[in-house]
Design a protein around this ligand. Sequence first.
Ligand code: MN
Ligand code: MN
Length: 452
Amino acid sequence: MLKKNAWEVLSDKEKKNIFEFAEGYRHFISENKTERKFVQSAVNIAISSGFQDISTKGKLVSGDKIFKVNKGKQVIFGIIGKQPLDTGARFIVSHVDAPRLDLKPNPVYEDDGIVYFKTCYYGGIKKYQWLTIPLALYGTVVLKTGEKKTIEIGDDMNDPVFTITDLLPHLAKDQVKKTIEDGFPGENLNILAATIPVKNDKEPVKNHLFLILKEKYGITEEDLISAEFEAVPAGNARHLGIDQSLILGYGQDDRVCAYTSMKALFESEKLEKSGFCILVDQEEIGSYGSTSAQSAFFQFFLEEVMEKTGCKKSLRFLFENSKAISADVSSLFDPGYKEVFDPRNSAKINHGVCVERTTGGRGKAGSTEPSAEYIAWIRNIFDKANVCWQPSEIGKVEQGGGGTVATFFARYNIPTIDCGTGVISMHAPFEVTGKADIFSTYLAYKTFYQAE
Ligand code: MN
Ligand code: MN
């Protein structure tokens, strides 16, 4: 179904399914705000759905459900299809990292009786949006012994939270004259962390803070060097609107596509072609690391699957016969900012999953641009399955642009198309999605896995 408002065409039963599905999603993204947590919780669901770690399997046959985790931050789930792997597979790739504030390796300092954490922002943010909101802190600290400490502060209602302060309007005469770019330097995004001193000490508040950290978690200042601390907006994702048709929540780029693509695979049985759901890390900072979409982990995993299914052909047969979806969010037309959108080519809230032909910017620079043949195949399977979907482009031609992981799969000679849920206020601490669009995304991905 092309460009129709989903609420006008759906049956009552479908509407009920939309709200039920969105509720599961709302809880999942509220409880899994880091890539580590998302991967671990996804694996837990997979195991309860009959998936097994591929390392425990000597041989793979049609119907087997497998997964492999990479360093706790990336995972591939797969269901072996009826047809041999060299006839091609279906890949859906999404990312589980999201914009946030990371603590620096030496983050703690004291200034005039207040202790702060220095941060470096991760991904593209509008810095002023992160001031004066409650922040939660998620940390993984690894001691020199290899012992791992997990720290989570701020999302339990009994926990304290953190914040970055802003100037009162009464004294902002000079601040308000600056541009947004100049007014909020990244170096000033320092998190307020403590104010109680110990007696007779040069850095009394800082030392008190480390006394607490030592006692509660057994960590010292030096241990923070081998730690990952992510400050994220505190609080749960919420229903949005009187009609509760939307979700307001952190990290929906791209956990909405990660959640829907994993649910679509977990609920698939008896696939013709093998289906794989790939959750990657580090998309928001360019996909350079060993847990990112550019990691050889993907290729090595497929080599292992080929071997274990007894397929003797080269990977190139698998790649050239496969199809991939780069499952990442699209920008939705926002009536409050009409000037940046081309209304004829922008996606609209409630009009279904977005199929984005062109990403990139400045004359398609950086776009992976799938062929007309592949787009025709996609729209045919979506229409046959009654999926609500819409073509989309990020905005006006010279207004900006964005990239996805599509290129890292297209380069294997796999036809790859961008297809995901639309978002308003993308990369803000709290992003907006439509429940009908989330469910359409789930249906689209399920259709893709099952298509012959
Ligand atoms: Mn993003
Ligand atoms: Mn994204």
